[in-house]
Design a protein around this ligand. Structure first.
Ligand SMILES: [Zn+2]
Length: 115
């Protein structure tokens, strides 16, 4: 019972993010939370399938392209996950470089101060 109400609350939050996901304007944190939830929630998946169909699917049908809704969505979610992983790796690398730079700077100051 408790789990159910927590799930519904999460689903509302997730479903509110759908338009921004489709327009590519979620923050990294939101996108991570979003894809993680969608991977395991059928209700939200159905919601996004409808939105996706209305947003992108119709456009593609008009252009004469075939639409495999399920496969397209799966591909898009996997693409998002991959992009998030790359971004996080990139951010970790930047932090490491910054940390090293600060460390070298402190070492230089100490050496100047001590000698
Ligand atoms: Zn959900």
């Amino acid at each position: 019972m408790e789990d159910r109400s927590i799930k519904e609350k999460n689903c509302k939050e997730i479903q509110a993010l759908i338009p921004r996901y489709l327009s590519g304007t979620l923050t990294l944190h939101e996108a991570r939370y979003f894809t993680k939830h969608l991977k395991r929630c059928r209700d939200c998946r159905e919601e996004i399938e409808i939105s996706y169909l209305l947003d992108k699917g119709l456009e593609r049908v008009e252009n004469g392209e075939s639409v495999d809704l399920h496969a397209d969505l799966e591909e898009m979610l996997n693409g998002t996950e991959e992009a998030i992983t790359h971004l996080l790796q990139y951010r970790t690398a930047v932090y490491l470089i910054e940390f090293t730079a600060v460390f070298v700077l402190i070492a230089c100051v100490l050496i100047l101060y001590l000698f």
